[in-house]
Design a protein around this ligand. Structure first.
Ligand SMILES: Cc1cc2nc3c(=O)[nH]c(=O)nc-3n(C[C@H](O)[C@H](O)[C@H](O)COP(=O)(O)OP(=O)(O)OC[C@H]3O[C@@H](n4cnc5c(N)ncnc54)[C@H](O)[C@@H]3O)c2cc1C
Length: 476
């Protein structure tokens, strides 16, 4: 047991321990999926689009189960996957530093083990929250020690059914990839993109941005900047603009007050993690509709980062009624007044919009969404929930019309929009291992069932004797 005085042991020691732990658990399991080829090309057991946190944990969980022919593709450069070094603009993660997160039940794979190995237990005790870029460093280490090869600079452009039981993935950067199963680990906007309200579109592109965009904050020095929204991203973008030296910062929030309670986190437990998926539909909807309506507050640290600047102004009860360009600047109107701004950042979230995902051009029209089969009570109508895909227990898409696109059962949606079907297991840090394990077991089950004739033939061929025939002595 490490105490606060325990010195760093170094990553080499930790990695040796991880190898030892895996060996004691006999992991990864021996590869057992029969190899396949198609048109002279090897077929991957699973292709994963996205090498961010969910893609890495899914790949690691599959490998531990002996599903070894995995290809992980990401359009980002190596070490730049996910939001952490691009549009995430918070100083630290919201999550507590002690979460096991992606560790797949392996103590030596936790963030804490990685940090303490390098800096000692005392430094961990003193660490407040996890600095954002450090989380990316941890994920880079995770990928290396779990032996996950990510093919970077590869964009998935189209998923096609290929024959009876394969999928083809067209890519920019790696040609056509054939696989038996595909996992979409494409992130928060994995089935759509950034959401911009109508009012934003009235503004020319150079006067506005979405919080997901690359924003030149240095160019905002001395400017009047507005931010729309009250979530974590709104605060982080406001903080960034203030620290870049903007002349004035105005935040516009529709609600009369900032949400203050992080409801769903409050009831987090293994019960929620493993039980949510088993809830009757109406209860899944009721839980998430309540959570969405309550809204998630921005983290306290992010809010303090903004509030400490005297030229930051929070306008509550201030939906934007109109915004237009006037003499090279923005004229903006809310029920509480008129404002002149030089730049406006919309921290207005993401939405499901298959039209903005070319890779789903063929499959998208067949995907069943909750709106296709579930009618909530009138007081619980919720557009965002209605646009959630209606997923199978192994995260696979299901068909709108049975028989119209059987290939959908081979495509697993392991990203944020899976939340209504599965709970928060495929986006945030806390339960990502449970999500990846559910996904990997589902895929193992499906592959075994599909290959049953081959496994049966292997059973018949297996002739290695356990008894050698000489155990029972000859008796007269
Ligand atoms: C700003 C921000 C802060 C967050 N902070 C926290 C936090 O503190 N705690 C917490 O628990 N959660 C947090 N989250 C939520 C969650 O942990 C992150 O969104 C996390 O990145 C989710 O991992 P992911 O693998 O699903 O998506 P991502 O990390 O976004 O990875 C998706 C990957 O898919 C790739 N990709 C997408 N489409 C394609 C394509 N067509 N072809 C090839 N590659 C593609 C992308 O390049 C990307 O690298 C935060 C999210 C954001 C946006």
């Amino acid at each position: 047991m490490l105490d606060a005085a325990s010195p760093p042991t170094g990553l080499d020691v930790l990695e040796a321990r991880l190898r030892q732990d895996l060996a004691w658990l006999e992991l990864p399991a021996k590869p057992w999926v029969p190899p396949r080829s198609h048109r002279g090309e090897p077929v991957a057991d699973v292709a994963i689009i996205g090498g961010g946190m969910c893609g890495l944990v899914a790949a690691a969980a599959l490998r531990l189960l002996g599903i070894a022919r995995i290809r992980v593709l990401d359009r980002a450069a190596e070490g730049q996957e996910g939001p952490w070094l691009s549009y995430a603009r918070m100083e630290t993660l919201r999550s507590p530093k002690t979460l096991a997160g992606p560790a797949l039940d392996l103590p030596a794979l936790t963030f804490r083990a990685w940090f303490e190995a390098q800096h000692g237990a005392g430094a961990f005790a003193e660490l407040g929250k996890i600095p954002r870029a450090m989380w990316m460093d941890y994920l880079v280490w995770y990928r290396r020690v779990m032996g996950i090869e990510v093919e970077n600079g590869v964009t998935a452009t189209l998923i096609r059914p290929e024959g009876e039981d394969l999928l083809a993935l067209e890519t920019e950067g790696a040609g056509t990839v054939f696989c038996r199963r595909m996992v979409l680990a494409t992130g928060r906007d994995g089935l759509g993109g950034a959401f911009l309200p109508e009012v934003a579109l009235a503004l020319p592109r150079h006067l506005r941005a979405h919080s997901r965009d690359a924003i030149d904050f240095a160019a905002l020095a001395g400017k009047r900047v507005g931010v729309v929204g009250a979530g974590a991203s709104a605060m982080d973008n406001a903080g960034e603009a203030l620290e870049a030296g903007c002349a004035r910062l105005d935040m516009f929030v529709r609600r009369p007050a900032l949400p203050r309670v992080n409801k769903f986190t409050g009831i987090g437990s293994p019960g929620v993690v493993h039980g949510f998926e088993g809830l009757p539909d109406a209860w899944k909807w009721r839980f998430l509709d309540y959570v969405f309506r309550s809204q998630t507050p921005p983290p306290r640290d992010s809010t303090l980062r903004v509030a400490r600047h005297p030229h930051a102004h929070l306008h509550l009860g201030s939906p934007i009624l109109r915004a237009a360009e006037q003499d090279g600047a923005i004229r903006l109107e809310t029920p509480k007044g008129r404002f002149g701004l030089d730049f406006l950042i919309f921290a207005t979230g993401f939405r499901v919009d298959l039209a903005s995902r070319p890779e789903l051009a063929l499959l998208g029209p067949h995907i069943r969404f909750w709106s296709d089969r579930f009618a909530p009570a009138p007081e619980e109508e919720n557009e965002e929930l209605a646009a959630s895909p209606d997923l199978a227990p192994d995260f696979a898409f299901q068909e709108k019309v049975p028989g119209a696109c059987p290939a959908l059962a081979r495509v697993h949606c392991f990203n944020y929009p899976a939340t209504l079907s599965h709970g928060k297991l495929s986006g945030d840090i806390p339960a990502v291992s449970a999500g990846a394990q559910r996904l990997a077991r589902g895929i193992a089950r499906a592959l075994f069932i599909e290959d049953r004739a081959l496994h049966f033939a292997a059973l018949q061929r297996f002739e290695t004797p356990e008894l050698l025939g000489d155990e029972w002595p000859e008796r007269p």
